[in-house]
Design a protein around this ligand. Sequence first.
Ligand code: AMP
Ligand code: ZN
Length: 133
Amino acid sequence: MGGDRRCDATQGGDAVASREPNCLFCKIVAGEVPAEIVREGERTIAFRDINPQAPTHVLIVPREHVATAAEAAHADVGLLDEIAREAEEVAKVDGVAETGYRLIFNTGTGAGQTVFHVHGHVLGGRGLEWPPG
Ligand code: AMP
Ligand code: ZN
């Protein structure tokens, strides 16, 4: 981990979001790896998890590369709010906004984070136990 995550952000003016060359979710954002897109926002995209854990399992990622929720909270005021707003829109698309859904940020390896490009999991469409495993 580490390194300059913003090294690709300078070319082309301020419309170019930073990306990490070997990041899977940066590649999905760029359209280089296919995904089933649910919503495309100005700052985020939402796509279905390849290994769904519930009838609704959608990942919401910022277009720019930020590794974790903690980093996003410090680096970009408002970005996590935007992900939470998009989660509500995704829940409406899938018809689970009324029944309820869970928005999860696994943060760090010990919590199960495997892709270090921050993503909110939106899970819904079935009963969700508490505490989560
Ligand atoms: P986490 O373990 O919280 O980092 O979540 C990473 C999630 O990304 C897992 O739920 C994976 O199933 C999902 N995932 C991995 N590769 C892809 C992919 N190519 N398209 C969609 N989801 C993926
Ligand atoms: Zn990335």
